[in-house]
Write a protein that binds this ligand. Structure first.
Ligand code: NAP
Length: 251
């Protein structure tokens, strides 16, 4: 496979929004590294699907909240592709519905470790590879935020909302930090999107329950979110950095 093709690493790329990003990037000609943390079957299935349509993809296991895993993941991409052009900080978790006055320190630390520290560690490794300051050829980073950062998610998961507020701030600060180093940094902020994340937070019926209250009377799809990510990664967005793009159907 030729090495002049652009490469992409997507954390949590095996399911949901991440998988839609991997599919669209594969279609657009990127070589794709698909990160996952535990569901190897889903990751292997997606990689097989991408390869079946002529893509060059591989799965890489690793917890973004674990520094050793993050280092190993980026080294695996170095070995497989030899370059990194685009990186998507997509892996993220919610937790079961709770009020702030019910939240344990273990819950709070897990939320911040995966959603915030994990995103910083991965952004750090991406910048080390892409920045012209480090001998790289530039690139694009896209972070997955959430409408929760604006809405606060009261009575549901204020901790999750706050972790995404941190992602918005990181997007703005990092974008300005590396603006002269060939890297654009942006965020996509989805509203309620149809994926398995709601079931993982103990609310499998969340989309069905909420859709009538949403401005478009429906949730978004993973593909609708992925399209915005692909745009921000692309040269069509060459003058866009530090942006937080709402893909929330008017919410
Ligand atoms: P999802 O369907 O639950 O998929 C999560 C993906 O992340 C899976 O590939 C999972 O891997 C991986 N993952 C989970 N924890 C990880 C960790 N510690 N390290 C590495 N990978 C990990 O999630 P989604 O709904 O697509 O959400 C993707 C992003 O969009 C998240 O940042 C989320 O906060 C954000 N978002 C989602 C919505 C929504 O309504 N769906 C709305 C706003 C924002 P395994 O398969 O191995 O478990």
């Amino acid at each position: 496979m030729s090495t002049d093709k652009k490469t992409l690493l997507v954390t949590g790329g095996s399911r949901g929004i991440g998988a839609a990003i991997c599919r669209q990037a594969n279609q657009a000609g990127y070589r794709v590294a698909v990160n996952y943390v535990s569901n190897q079957n889903a990751a292997d299935k997606l990689v097989a699907e991408l390869k079946a349509v002529g893509g060059d993809a591989f799965a890489v296991k690793g917890d973004v909240g674990n520094e050793a895993d993050v280092l190993a993941m980026f080294e695996a991409v170095d070995r497989a592709f030899g370059r990194l052009d685009a990186f998507v900080n997509n892996a993220g978790i919610v937790d079961v519905k709770a009020r702030v006055d019910e939240m344990s320190v273990a819950r709070l630390e897990r939320m911040m470790r995966i959603n915030v520290v994990g995103s910083f560690l991965c952004a750090r490794e991406a910048v080390k590879r892409m920045s012209t300051r480090h001998g790289g050829r530039g690139g694009a980073i896209v972070n997955l935020s959430s409408a929760a950062a604006r809405l606060g998610s009261p009575g549901e998961y204020v901790d999750y909302a706050a972790s995404k507020g941190a992602i918005d701030t990181m997007t703005i600060g990092l974008a300005r930090e590396v603006v002269l180093e060939g890297i654009r940094v942006n965020a996509v902020s989805p509203g309620v999107t149809e994926t398995e994340i709601h079931a993982s937070g103990g609310q499998p019926d969340r989309v069905a329950r909420m859709q009538d209250a949403l401005p478009m009377k429906r949730a978004g799809t993973a593909d609708e979110v992925a399209s915005a990510v692909l745009y921000l990664m692309s040269d069509a967005a060459s003058y866009v950095t530090g942006a937080i793009l709402n893909v929330s159907g008017g919410r």
